[in-house]
Every structure is written in structure tokens, then in C-alpha cells.
Design a protein around this ligand. Structure first.
Ligand SMILES: Nc1nc2c(ncn2[C@@H]2O[C@H](COP(=O)(O)OP(=O)(O)OP(=O)(O)O)[C@@H](O)[C@H]2O)c(=O)[nH]1
Ligand SMILES: [Mg+2]
Ligand SMILES: [Zn+2]
Length: 304
């Protein structure tokens, strides 16, 4: 019988299929293999491992309980995990590709539902084409809601220290549309990193979905940063409409004054959220995001 004298823990820093990489407690890195178990480790997981024999690959025994999990919708209405134990989501956007603020709202709501902070990273500030007035307005609205925004250019290496400061001692994950510069940010933060980046498609100015797997990088200030694939592969998952409601801070605030305690802020009379939207106190666009996400999630709720 194989022996496992002491439970050995390690951090998962990459996971792909049945393989991945671990950071061991002694600071060394090693590959691991999943052996016929139902374990699905993701970046950020703390795992217990064993080694059948010297020189053999580590085997994962179990995954420690997760503080939180970033999930995406799976193929059968279930959820796939992408990363675990996060402190911060860095929602990256740029003037190219054109920002999709429904997505931004979705990522921010995911951060709230996970009990994580969200920071907006506006990358590519060097590009001559300025953001249009409506987009600037949207960014201002996020700032008013209390979300911090960091301006960066990987081209000019500007704002990179600010990103590092947000990550000091924390584990963060870069999320955002394909092509906004998530992998470029990692390469700029960590010149030793060589994450693949690709130019936007010349016609559509869309990203090319270059990153296909999540990978964790250690930052000098004791933080960790996970790169993630662009949206085609990653949209956050919400288990139920309560998680959606918890994702919009201005709606939570107004909800205290709705007539009904269980108000869903859709068609109910005496809904403070709706009256705030009518009076322009709550952004109509954010409210539309809420309703869209609510209805998408409501459908998913039918699943047991
Ligand atoms: N001008 C400019 N271009 C940038 C900047 N950051 C990234 N880019 C370019 O944007 C393109 C896409 O960058 P990536 O880092 O691959 O984008 P990504 O978000 O990782 O994309 P996916 O992996 O597909 O999700 C590349 O051509 C980068 O050189 C920047 O600050 N300024
Ligand atoms: Mg990438
Ligand atoms: Zn209401």
C-alpha cells in the first residue's frame, strides 16, 4: 500500500485536461497528473497530493474547500469551474475591440456573487482613437458606483504599477473580451512571462481568442494573477436570480425601499428600483443589464 505520511498541500497554478502544474510548499514547481478521479482542479485551488514513488509524477488526492469559484455555463446547463479562491476580478476593456458594457456588468456581478472585488482596467490608452463620449460616460458611471478604474497601456508600460498595487498580496484574474490585452498585461507586469498575444483581426478589430487556458502567474509583490480566455470561452455563470440581484450594488441599495420585500424589480408596483431608473438615479443601461441577466438566469433555474 502506498504511504502518505503527511498531508502535503500545494497550489494549482495551471490546469489543462488531466494535467497541470503545482507550486509546492517548498517553493518548487512540478507537473501533476489526474488519475481516473473525478477531481477537477482549477487555478487557485489548494490540493492535497501524493507521490507514488520518487521521480514519479504527483497524484492529486483531493481539493480543499474553495473560498469561491469563478464559473462559466457548462454544456448541459450546469457550471464549469475556471478558477478558485480569488480576491479580485480585473475587468479589462479598451477602445478596440469596442467595449461591451453588458459584459462588464456581467463580470462585475460575478465578482459580487463570489465575494470578490472588481476593478476596471481600461487598457490601450495609447491608441489615438479616443473612447467616444457615451463610453466615457459609462466609465464615469462605474466610478460613481465606487468601482476603481486603472488606466493602462502595455505599449507605453503605463499604469502597470497601479495594477500591481491592486494585486499586492492578492489573487486576481484578468477577464474581458478577446483582444483587450489581458495576456499583454501579464507580459508587461512580468517581463519574464511569455504569454502568447495576437493582433486583432484586421477587418473587424475583434480579438482572435488567443488564450485558451487559465494560467496563474506570481507577481513580485506577493500577488498572483490569472490570465483567462476571452469571452467566447468564458462568461460568468449565475446559479439563481438572487446571485444576479446581489451583483448590482445600486439595485441592492434601492431595493430596501421597494414596497415588497421580495420585489424582483421587474413589474411590481411600488418598486423603488424602477422609479430610480425613471428618475435617472439608476442608469437605464445598467437596469437593462440586470433584467437581461435576470431572465437568462431565470431560465437556468428550471434545472434541478
Ligand atoms: N496599442 C495597444 N495595443 C495593445 C495594448 N495591449 C495589448 N495590445 C494589443 O492588443 C492585441 C491583443 O492582445 P492580447 O494580450 O492577445 O489580448 P487578450 O485579451 O489576451 O486576448 P485573448 O487571449 O484572445 O482573450 C495585441 O495585438 C496586443 O499587442 C496596449 O496597451 N496598446
Ligand atoms: Mg490572451
Ligand atoms: Zn423593486
Amino acid at each position: 500500500m502506498s504511504q502518505n505520511p503527511a498531508k502535503q498541500t500545494a497550489l494549482v497554478i495551471a490546469a489543462y485536461g488531466k494535467r497541470g502544474r503545482l507550486l509546492l510548499n517548498d517553493g518548487s514547481e512540478t507537473g501533476f497528473l489526474l488519475k481516473g478521479r473525478k477531481l477537477k482542479p482549477v487555478c487557485g485551488d489548494i490540493v492535497i497530493w501524493s507521490q507514488p514513488d520518487t521521480g514519479m509524477e504527483m497524484i492529486l488526492e483531493s481539493i480543499e474547500e474553495r473560498r469561491n469559484t469563478l464559473r462559466r455555463p457548462g454544456r448541459k446547463g450546469n457550471a464549469d469551474s475556471l478558477a478558485a479562491n480569488l480576491d479580485l476580478l480585473l475587468v479589462v476593456l479598451a477602445s478596440q475591440p469596442k467595449p461591451d458594457f453588458f459584459l462588464t456588468d456581467r463580470y462585475i456581478a460575478a465578482a459580487h456573487s463570489m465575494g470578490c472585488d472588481a476593478v476596471i482596467v481600461r487598457n490601450k490608452t495609447d491608441l489615438p482613437g479616443k473612447l467616444d463620449a457615451a463610453t466615457e460616460q459609462e466609465l464615469l458611471a462605474y466610478a460613481k458606483l465606487g468601482y476603481r478604474t486603472v488606466l493602462t497601456s502595455t505599449e507605453l508600460a503605463e499604469g502597470i504599477d497601479d495594477v500591481a498595487a491592486h494585486l499586492a498580496g492578492h489573487t486576481g484574474m484578468l477577464v474581458g473580451q478577446s483582444g483587450v490585452g489581458k495576456s499583454s498585461l501579464i507580459n508587461t507586469l512580468l517581463p519574464s512571462a511569455t504569454v502568447a498575444v495576437a493582433e486583432l483581426s484586421s477587418g473587424t478589430l475583434e480579438g482572435r481568442h488567443t488564450t485558451t487556458a487559465s494560467m496563474m502567474h506570481r507577481l513580485p509583490e506577493n500577488g498572483w494573477l490569472i490570465d483567462s480566455p476571452g469571452v467566447r470561452d468564458f462568461l460568468p455563470y449565475f446559479a439563481d436570480v438572487r446571485e444576479v440581484q446581489a451583483g448590482f450594488i445600486e439595485i441592492i441599495t434601492a431595493a430596501a425601499d421597494c414596497r415588497f420585500a421580495n420585489c424582483q424589480h421587474l413589474r411590481e408596483p411600488g418598486c423603488k428600483v424602477k422609479s430610480d431608473v425613471e428618475e435617472g438615479v439608476i442608469s437605464a443601461r445598467r437596469y437593462e443589464s440586470y433584467k437581461r441577466l435576470y431572465h437568462m438566469t431565470e431560465g437556468a433555474q428550471v434545472e434541478p
